[in-house]
Design a protein around this ligand. Structure first.
Ligand code: SF4
Ligand code: SF4
Ligand code: FES
Length: 521
């Protein structure tokens, strides 16, 4: 790719000639303020917030950074007096009718209007206090079940309109009216219908487009953010779990240009609500005779595994288990002399689930009726669908499950299992990319992860395993199955590892693995 030499704020820089001035400045750590520009959408240049001074050979002149491509010999000043004054004036217009909503605005803490005002604001208002604001606009307008619009906060950057039109392919939003009364709206009588509506709340640089789910629930600065991978489908979309005190408040996209960029479907981002609705968590061990008599409940499972014939014992895991959990259970099973293993669809996932492809690599075939029928005893770890549970209920069933729903009354033992956000480890998506998930918070006690189950049963059965925790288990399976002996978690980095085919580094932008939101360019 051709490169050019430019100077930004007297610093020389060599960069790709396809970049605009905002992107080039970002390479040397300079953030040029911007509202309408977004790295994944067309340039419109309507907010004028990114003004800089540019000399392309004919002397310095004002220019907007988003629509100005770098060229050889170009000189740019991002912080000259003129540039700062231009931004100050743009901000003064934007604040003319803006409400003093920050204390109750969901965007507070991550709002570009707040941030840029601190950097570029006029600070002394020229509005007459007696007159106050010039115009009031609509608040809390419902655009769909998911999105609520606050017109007063809108800076008319047009990102939402372009997103619907260019990314979703649905012309559902437009800016109607002229001049000061211009406003974002849906067509009369219509609502938003897209599958990526929550992305509108990410790309809106202010608090105008808000999520019905998240509205007024939590201040963003109180939220802990844990990088993870979607636990619903097999795409492996990168997410940030935003949580506080063991409760998830929202799921945000985390940029990965080798997968879905920053666009994550609403269904994935709201899956945690479904899991919560289904959240009658299995919180204490149950035994078919009514209690576990205060003993370590795993003893019942270990006793059952001792009473083999091993060939008649089957291990079934659901496709939301991590590679480490499934590998640990399979290793234990094999050491105990059992060989029959299978994977089944999780009731809480779609398609192959977040790790069905990973379980293929570990040698877990899909569960079928014949496999269950030929087993006398089943050790099942996961949240299974009704049909599979029904089939397994006909055998001696030892079940580990996160949720109570559907647990057969005939189960010999039912023990609590950790949920997706309470686990750590690795998973493989449909493109065969190995990625890490991180534990957002501890599961309510008592609970088990697959590793806990395997290691504790190994102790009770006097079986020796090659590993004692998740990370050493990963290294063990990386050598045994992935042909990468000695590999550690940290080698996966933020982008994971493509197990089949070659990574195209050019397809991964500088922003990949970025924790912050899409507009942070
Ligand atoms: S959009 Fe930003 S500046 Fe406006 S009220 Fe919300 S947080 Fe404050
Ligand atoms: S609603 Fe948000 S994204 Fe849409 S034009 Fe207004 S400020 Fe921009
Ligand atoms: S005009 Fe450049 S970001 Fe809006």
């Amino acid at each position: 790719m051709p490169t050019v030499k430019i100077t930004i704020d007297d610093r020389e820089l060599e960069c790709d000639d396809s970049l605009n001035v905002i992107e080039a400045a970002a390479l040397i750590g300079e953030q040029i303020p911007h509202y309408c520009w977004h790295p994944d959408m067309a340039v419109v240049g309507n907010c004028r917030m990114c003004q800089v001074e540019v000399d392309s050979g004919r002397g310095f002149a004002p220019a907007i950074g988003c629509a100005t491509k770098v060229a050889d010999g170009m000189k740019v000043y991002t912080k000259s007096e003129k540039a700062l004054n231009m931004r100050k004036e743009v901000l003064e217009f934007l604040f003319l009718n803006h409400p003093l909503d920050c204390p109750i605005c969901d965007k507070a803490g991550e709002c570009l209007l707040q941030d840029y005002y601190q950097e570029h604001g006029r600070y002394q208002s020229r509005l007459d206090d007696e007159i106050g604001k010039i115009a009031k606009s609509a608040k809390a307008v419902r655009l769909s079940d998911l999105i609520v619009f606050d017109d007063e906060r809108c800076v008319l950057c047009d990102r939402c309109v372009r997103f619907c039109r260019d990314v979703e392919g649905k012309e559902e939003l437009y800016i109607g009216g002229r001049g000061s009364p211009s406003k974002v709206m849906t067509f009369p009588g219509k609502e938003l219908t897209g599958e990526y509506q929550l992305c509108l709340t990410d790309i809106c640089p202010v608090g105008a487009l808000t999520s019905e789910e998240f509205r007024f629930q939590q201040r963003v600065w109180f939220l802990d953010k844990t990088p993870s991978v979607c636990g619903l489908g097999d795409s492996g979309d990168n997410i940030l779990i935003e949580h506080r005190d063991g409760k998830v408040y929202r799921i945000m996209p985390r940029r990965h240009d080798g997968i879905s960029g920053v666009w994550v479907k609403d269904v994935s981002r709201l899956a945690y609500k479904e899991w919560e609705a289904d959240r009658h968590r299995l919180s204490s061990p149950t035994h078919s005779n009514g209690s576990t008599n205060g003993a370590d409940p795993l003893v019942h499972v270990a006793d059952a595994l001792k009473l083999l014939p091993q060939k008649n014992t089957l291990l079934v895991v659901d496709n939301r288990l991590t590679l480490e959990e499934a590998w640990a259970l399979k290793s234990l099973f094999n050491r105990a002399g059992c060989t029959a293993v299978a994977q089944a669809e999780s009731r809480l996932a779609t398609g192959r689930g977040p790790n069905g492809y990973g379980l293929d690599l570990l040698g877990f075939p899909m569960l079928d009726k014949g496999t269950i029928t030929s087993a006398e005893r089943v050790l099942a770890v996961g949240d299974f669908n009704e049909a599979d549970l029904k089939a397994m209920a006909g055998r001696d069933l030892y079940l580990f499950s996160a949720h109570c729903a559907g647990i057969p009354a005939s189960a010999k033992v039912a023990l609590p299992l950790a949920e997706h956000m309470e686990r750590q480890g690795t998973m493989v998506n449909s493109q065969k990319r190995l990625q890490r998930i991180h534990r957002a918070f501890e599961a309510p006690l008592p609970n088990y992860t697959g590793i806990d189950i395997a290691c504790n049963l190994a102790r009770l059965l006097d079986v020796e395993l090659e590993f004692s925790d998740q990370e050493s288990c990963f290294t063990d399976l990386a050598g045994a199955v992935l042909e990468r002996p000695g590999m550690r978690w940290k080698e996966l980095g933020k982008l994971g590892l493509l197990l089949e085919g070659d990574e195209n580094p050019k397809a991964l932008s500088e922003l990949s693995g970025h924790k912050r939101l899409t507009w942070s360019g």
